[in-house]
Design a protein around this ligand. Structure first.
Ligand code: A2H
Length: 253
């Protein structure tokens, strides 16, 4: 990306049921707070198609109190940025309730706001950067080549990745139609570039570029409140709608 801040939409996914390991770690540490995993996205208009959520297994996450009612799960780095953007009360407060390894979050069930599949699972992804966004990535395999390829890898080698196959069972959902690639742009681009695994990072970077441009400039919404509208027009409207509903907030870095 260029110089200057990147404007993300931070998506709030409430934890509905912790993984077995996480459950014993969080017990007694959260007060009466509801916990939300916070994912930074550049494509809020695709949130209808969330099928799961990704974390890095070697990344350390924290659970940070926002107030007496809510806590956010993200990297410490993101929590500090949020604190100075006025997300916590009073501004600048960083109140870490506990630290938890990404590997222990896998298998946690969360609510996916605006998604056609309202509940999804947390899964591992190799290429999550601790230095970008919140370290939590919401997965939309219909429109993100990285998400599609990772989901494909997890399904092929569930045992190797130490996941229950049922956690990766939701198929990509058509959200946006593009003239060149149809209703599932990311799977089509991944196939066209003959990408085999999430380790093909160079080809995935190219696929991401192609899918992003095609979706943004030529895409039409297939679902949701702004069905039939161009992606360019729908993007800020979906973002605003999620923020109004209290399911997202602005996050920059
Ligand atoms: B995007 P940029 Cl449908 N590590 O959201 C790796 N990737 C991360 C990340 C991290 N720490 N934090 C965020 N991201 C992903 C949706 C999406 C995204 C779609 C299509 C393309 C796309 C669903 N995943 O991104 O380096 C998040 O995935 C391609 C541009 O700041 C976020 O938006 O440009 C995007 O990368 C931010 O990447």
């Amino acid at each position: 990306e260029g110089i200057g801040p990147q404007e993300y939409t931070a998506i709030k996914s409430e934890v509905l049921e912790w993984s077995t390991v996480a459950k014993s770690l969080v017990e007694g540490k959260l007060g009466d707070r509801r916990v939300f995993m916070v994912a930074a996205t550049l494509r809020p208009e695709t949130m209808y198609g969330q099928t799961n959520c990704f974390v890095g297994t070697s990344i350390k996450y924290g659970i940070f109190a926002v107030n007496d009612k809510e806590a956010y799960l993200c990297t410490y780095r993101a929590a500090r940025n949020m604190a100075f953007q006025g997300v916590t009360e009073p501004r600048g407060t960083i109140d870490q309730l506990l630290e938890i390894d990404g590997s222990k979050l896998v298998g946690t069930r969360i609510r996916a706001p605006f998604s056609i599949n309202p509940e999804v699972y947390v899964l591992p992804m190799d290429n999550v950067l601790a230095t970008k966004g919140t370290g939590v990535v919401t997965s939309v395999p219909s429109d993100s080549p990285d998400d599609f390829q990772t989901l494909t890898d997890l399904r092929k080698k569930a045992e190797f990745y130490k996941i229950d196959p049922s956690w990766a069972a939701i198929d990509p959902v058509p959200v946006i139609s593009t003239p060149t690639y149809g209703n599932l742009t990311a799977p089509a681009v991944v196939k066209q570039l003959k990408i085999q695994s999430q380790k093909d990072t160079k080809q995935l970077a190219e696929a991401k570029e192609i899918a992003y441009k095609e979706g943004f400039y030529n895409g039409t919404m297939l679902v949701g409140e702004f069905k039939g509208m161009s992606v360019q027009d729908a993007k800020p409207k979906v973002r605003e709608s999620m923020i109004q509903a209290g399911l997202a907030f602005a996050y920059a870095e």
